[in-house]
Design a protein around this ligand. Sequence first.
Ligand SMILES: [Fe+2]
Length: 133
Amino acid sequence: MIQWTEDLATGFDEIDSQHKELFRRINEFHMACKLGKGRDVVEDTIGFLSDYVVTHFSTEEAYMEKYNYPGYLSHRAQHETFMKNLKNIREELDREGSTVSLVIGINNMIVQWLQAHIRRVDKKLAEFLNSRT
Ligand SMILES: [Fe+2]
């Protein structure tokens, strides 16, 4: 289980509640995998990520632009990498259906990436936003 902790707070409710929801969904995915039900939730998880994460990235990018965040371009490049990974995963799902290798792919490329991104890259953004407000 992963946990959202206060040190990840950006001070902006909109971003923080989105991060909490992401953590909640990641935990749900982990739990399904643990119960051997990973393949059953692949489609749902990818659907959620496609909608929710895209919205979430735009929210963050809007804050970065509004506050002239100096790390904006490299942060946005990371979001683009994620979208590319997600697109590959979606194509694999279309091609082969829900497979164990897809579950592993979601876990490595998507879930691990997202956690690391929130803990490192978004945390830096949070520190910046906090210093500005
Ligand atoms: Fe981000």
